[in-house]
Design a protein around this ligand. Structure first.
Ligand SMILES: [Fe+2]
Length: 313
């Protein structure tokens, strides 16, 4: 596999590389930096007067979960969030007319066992394609504050082409949204919601921990196995992630190879066009609907209906 840093490759070639397992690192983008500043402001306002990187030292976990339950949706729906993503995509050379993105999530990874479930879920090794993401989905991940190798996210690229026995056949995105997603804040110490896990021992090493500066981002295929690094640093990690798909690849069913995903449903209804935030054409979404939840309806009205929790993988 390859890791491209500040590559000037055109975006069609870049997507082909991503679908083969490559990773792209963008070291700086003006819009990404503004996006991080927005997130910092919201975080600092929410936890005031505490230092948000050290809230775990004094704040009860239940109280922290309550604050996050307000903070995270506020970030997702902030009117500037979509504009900054649009700016990031433009600065990365994406064709905004054909690039669609989903609303951004804010993630937290607290040190030790402070808060690892529900609203601050610590992600076990998974592929997003176990969670009904299409194989052309591309993940963008960026730190909000300075990151270190003990509180970041890890990729396990040796599994990119290697099947893992997993529980994805039990997962349906539409069903998850209806039944489980909105309860994230209730799961403070344990999380009883059924999610796809590996069902065989996983070799986490070798793993790649990319540590980019604030204003940077790394980009990888939804088919990459990735996980939350157990936070052994003394500080909380806050990060942003969002996902994109390109219309040509959606229509052409181009993407990474499916080695082991058996979920049903699709996240295709979530993505919004870079220009006007409209949904993908219904005929494009229809290509990915498998009839597993016939009541699933895609709104034809832009902008998208709000997502009420920040739990998508
Ligand atoms: Fe993920």
């Amino acid at each position: 596999m390859n890791i491209f840093v500040d590559s000037q490759m055109n975006e069609d070639a870049r997507r082909r590389e991503l679908y083969r397992g490559s990773i792209f690192v963008h070291s700086f983008s003006a819009s990404a930096l503004k996006f991080c500043r927005l997130a910092q402001d919201l975080i600092e306002e929410a936890f005031h007067p505490l230092d948000p990187l050290r809230v775990h030292e004094t704040l009860p976990a239940e109280k922290c979960a309550e604050i996050l339950a307000v903070l995270k949706p506020k970030f997702i729906h902030h009117p500037q969030s979509k504009e900054y993503i649009k700016g990031m995509l433009r600065e990365a050379g994406c064709d905004l007319d054909k690039t669609y993105f989903d609303v951004p999530r804010m993630r937290t990874a607290f040190p030790g066992d402070y808060l690892k479930s529900g609203i601050a879920y610590a992600f076990h090794p998974h592929r997003d394609t176990w969670y009904s993401a299409p194989f052309c989905q591309i993940n963008w991940w960026m730190p909000i504050y300075d990151l270190n190798s003990e509180n970041c996210m890890a990729l396990h690229p040796h599994y990119f082409d290697r099947a893992i026995k997993n529980g994805s056949s039990q997962y349906n995105y539409q069903k998850w949204n209806l039944e489980s997603r909105f309860n994230a804040a209730r799961h403070v110490q344990t999380d009883t919601r059924v999610q796809p896990h590996a069902e065989e021992p996983i070799e986490l090493d070798p793993q790649i921990r990319l540590v980019c500066p604030v204003g940077g981002a790394y980009v990888f295929s939804a088919a990459q196995l990735h996980s939350t690094v157990p936070n052994t640093s003394k500080i909380t990690r806050y990060s942003i992630d969002f996902r994109t798909v390109h219309l040509d690849d959606v229509l052409g069913r181009v993407g990474a190879r499916n080695v082991d995903s058996a979920c049903t449903g699709t996240t295709m209804g979530d993505y919004l066009r870079g220009t006007d935030f409209s949904h993908l054409p219904e005929q494009a979404i229809a290509l990915y609907q498998d009839g597993s939840r016939p009541e699933y309806v895609v709104s034809s009205v832009a902008p998208a209906p709000p997502v009420k929790a920040s739990f998508r993988q």
